[in-house]
Design a protein around this ligand. Structure first.
Ligand SMILES: Cc1cc2nc3c(=O)[nH]c(=O)nc-3n(C[C@H](O)[C@H](O)[C@H](O)COP(=O)(O)O)c2cc1C
Length: 196
């Protein structure tokens, strides 16, 4: 599957990074574009280790290259994920003010009727955020708050990240290697084990 993955300057850089890593591990070839604010947040939240993961991605676009292939609706792809998606990028896409390649590629997804998944971490949400998110939902985007479920009894931060990564990838029919579908019997067994 050929997905565009963009990272912007919202908190939750681990989500975008793990989406890219999981796609690579599964043999997909993501095309990526990363905003300067996302780089800043990666440095603050993840540290330098992000560089080695991103170095495995063959196709990486400059966020200012508005002539890149993904700036056109003619580019062949299976959709786009923005993770994390800042409220600034949400506002830019919702208003159609495509100032950089991430905004433009997202605009192309909506106009071509392709899947656009927007994963955001922001909380609480003000009325402007809510109106922009509503508009994007009406325009066809998939709106995903980065809100992990606790019914899988996560034990590590990675478990929480995996939950969200699995949810995002399932939007494209891609099963997560470390995340089985919900099984209430297994959940009961896990809980007994945790409490023993
Ligand atoms: C550590 C850190 C965490 C941030 N977290 C968020 C966030 O969760 N949501 C958000 O909308 N902006 C967040 N911001 C602010 C954005 O990075 C800022 O609005 C930036 O201009 C977004 O630009 P971009 O959308 O082009 O990447 C954060 C900034 C920093 C430095």
């Amino acid at each position: 599957m050929k997905l565009i993955v963009a990272m912007t300057g919202g908190s939750g850089a681990q989500y975008g990074l793990h989406i890219i890593k999981t796609l690579l591990d599964l043999g997909h070839e993501p095309e990526i574009v990363i905003s300067p604010a996302a780089i800043k947040v990666l440095e603050l939240e993840v540290g330098n280790s992000y560089r080695s993961i991103l170095s495995n991605v063959e196709v990486q676009y400059d966020v200012n290259d508005i002539a890149a292939p993904i700036a056109s609706g003619t580019h062949r792809n299976d959709g786009m994920i923005i993770a994390p998606c800042s409220m600034k990028t949400i506002a830019a896409i919702a208003s159609g003010y495509t100032q950089n390649l991430i905004h433009r590629a997202a605009d192309c997804m909506l106009k071509e009727g392709r899947k656009l998944v927007l994963l955001f971490r922001e909380t609480p949400l003000n009325l402007i955020h809510l109106k922009n998110l509503t508009l994007l939902k009406e325009a066809g985007a998939t709106i995903m708050p980065a809100a992990p479920g606790f019914y899988y009894h996560p034990k590590t931060v990675n478990d929480l990240v995996d939950f969200i990564v699995a949810k995002v990838l399932s939007q494209f029919g891609i099963p997560h290697p470390r995340f089985a579908p919900w099984d209430p019997e297994k959940a009961k067994e896990d809980l007994l084990e945790d409490n023993s």
